[in-house]
Design a protein around this ligand. Structure first.
Ligand code: URA
Length: 249
């Protein structure tokens, strides 16, 4: 993302923003090998090579983590009310990371966090359709026509849901309970819960088990792991390709 040069320098810890302006006008800064003395020039710290007095400024290390979020935790970096937040579960991460989309307070499972704003934007933008798979526990056993409704689209107050994949994962007649696996291609607020409420099978437990090519499996509750560079690449590619499919390309 492009930002003003003096802001980028200040955020890289070179000096205060005011002092960075002086450094720029003094001709001490180069962008992609060219001296730049004008204030207000915009740069992308991820793409442009920026030097001060011939030294490259610190580029921020990109961090991508997959957390198995427990229920009863807020998807946020801080809570003024003192409740637990997802970043409380990343003790080894010093960088400031932000959630990619959100899971409700009571939803568990796969949540990505990163300090790469562009990556987060790409994955959560409504024009991209990265599949998200959830296991929803409901009271009772919804029959086939109910599942068909969920598959074909449910009228919610913010519009019709797009086609989803829906199947039984488990049925427990003793407990009068079933687990339904649902894959949606949108990320609307409380979407899965609202879809099941609309067919009168409120969700009692919700867990995200898959996001694009990534699985929750192998990460214990409340723990996290780093994504591999290959996984980051695959996610980006999936977001871009789902955009193309939607546009019929
Ligand atoms: N759908 C929901 O209802 N809740 C979530 O947290 C995610 C998807």
């Amino acid at each position: 993302m492009e930002e003003r040069l003096q802001k980028v320098l200040a955020e890289a810890g070179i000096a205060s923003r005011r002092k960075c302006e002086e450094i720029i006008t003094a001709g001490r800064v180069q962008i992609n090998g060219e001296v730049v003395k004008t204030l207000g020039v915009k740069v992308d710290p991820e793409l442009d090579e920026i030097q001060v007095d011939g030294r490259y400024i610190n580029q921020q290390t990109k961090i991508y983590v997959l957390l198995n979020k427990p229920k009863g935790v807020i998807t946020s970096s801080a809570d003024p009310g003192g409740r637990k937040v997802v970043t409380d579960f990343l003790p080894g991460i010093k960088e400031r990371v932000y959630p990619v989309g959100r899971l409700d307070y009571d939803t568990e499972g796969l949540l990505l966090l990163t300090n790469d704003g562009e990556f987060a934007h790409l994955l959560t933008h409504p024009k991209h359709h990265v599949p998200r798979t959830y296991q929803a526990t409901v009271k009772g056993v919804p029959h086939g026509t109910i599942l068909d409704k969920l598959r074909n689209g449910i009228q919610l107050e913010d519009g019709m849901t797009s086609p989803a994949e829906v199947e039984y994962a488990d049925v427990n007649p003793q407990k009068n309970e079933s687990i339904i696996q649902i894959t949606i291609y949108e990320g609307r607020n409380r979407q899965v819960r609202r879809m099941f409420e609309a067919v009168s099978f409120p969700v009692t437990r919700l867990r995200r088990i898959k996001f694009g090519p990534l699985f929750l499996q192998g990460v214990p509750r409340g723990k996290y792991r780093h994504l591999t560079p290959a996984e980051v690449k695959e996610l980006k590619e999936e977001a871009l390709s789902t955009h193309n499919i939607q546009k019929g390309q």
